[in-house]
Design a protein around this ligand. Sequence first.
Ligand code: TXA
Ligand code: MG
Length: 433
Amino acid sequence: MDKKESRRAKEETTRYWRLEGGGNAEVDTVSAEAAADIAEAAQLLRSGGTVAFPTETVYGLGADARNAEAVQAVFAAKGRPSDNPLIVHIADEGGLDGLVADVHPLAARLMEAFWPGPLTLVLPLKPGALPPVVTAGLDTVGIRVPDHPAARALIAAAGCPVAAPSANRSGRPSPTLASHVLEDLAGAIGGVLDGGPAGVGLESTVVQVLEDGTVAVLRPGGVTAERLAAVAGPGAVVAGADAASGNHADPAAALAAEALAAEAAASGGKGAADVPGGSSDALDAPGASGAAEAAAAQAFSVGAPRSPGMKYAHYAPRGRLSIVRGPSPRGAAEVAAALLREAGRAGEKTGLLLFEEHREFYPEHAADCLVSLGSIGLPEQAAHVLYAALRQFDEAGVTYILAEACPAEGLGAAVMNRLVKAAAGRLIDAEAE
Ligand code: TXA
Ligand code: MG
């Protein structure tokens, strides 16, 4: 964070603590200086305040989960719809006592394998254990133990379960730096603990273990489906209603159709056709055909477990983002380059998110603002930089953005899930060469 931001934070009454020496995820404990700052932040939490803090996934905005008013302040600061429940963060498994009614043996094995870490388990809430505002009135609660020394030290010092959504304004990309938190929330929250860049860069995986021992992935994230299957057994891990990441012939299209539906609902039924400068273009049919609509209907089907938050427009930069995909990276790049050129001519300020290996497929100056997601073979790099990249486009005033797709495997599944949501479902299919 630079001086200007620090000043702004002060001016706007949001406290700012830079965690010196050991407040970051690379070391296991916090330094004495960091501990003193964390103690102040914990005191603020205990007294009903809101505090943003680093985790190994993204920054969270915490409040004492037992305090309805404090939790309400989190919803207010974010502008978050009240039917979207918060994840409750605990310092270790002991924190489950008194919060949950029952733990399925497989859920216990997942905790054993992945806590602390980027896995949120949706568990049956012990009736009356938390004010209904936390869980949006559901009889389940999402719980995780973050793998970040400052986060765990904060929760332990506060001595309470900490309800914490990502510390962004609702709909914006999640924050991976303290400066992102201040961009969105300075003046609206009590304070922020700056522990440097978040590790994974994308949120936790949200799962629910069903009675029959199936692990439903409600939101793909830092723990991959492959790693879950290694613990739960092959075939035991399925995509939940909203994650649409594994059990459909074209998961991206299913997710896209759902995201389009969400966007259409949010914009009062307007379509979400993707056209530079507002003109229509055949290249640009997002493929929301009958098949995709059917997939959306399936994704919305009743009975399947779901994560309420996934139905909302999310992670969106201010510019209009679309994803270009195709059987050949070169062919997709050619389509993208043509669309960017057209958009530029129509007066748009253009942005491009690409993978390093594909740079050579684009002409020079393919876009006004070009950001690399790293190697296509290393989705953890893309995860780490994706949200900062989307915010970078905002800073540059970009109005039209194209992103390359990556294989939805491993952490790539979570990257594609976030990209499709950020694009509100706008997928552009480039034909084979
Ligand atoms: O990595 C993360 O999970 C970050 C850090 C701060 O821990 N937190 C985060 O929180 O991403 P948030 O609020 O942005 O996303 C929480 C997701 C939403 O999609 C919400 O609907 C889902 O978890 N969720 C929470 N409680 C749930 C429940 N009881 N049942 C189903 N889904 C739930
Ligand atoms: Mg969020």
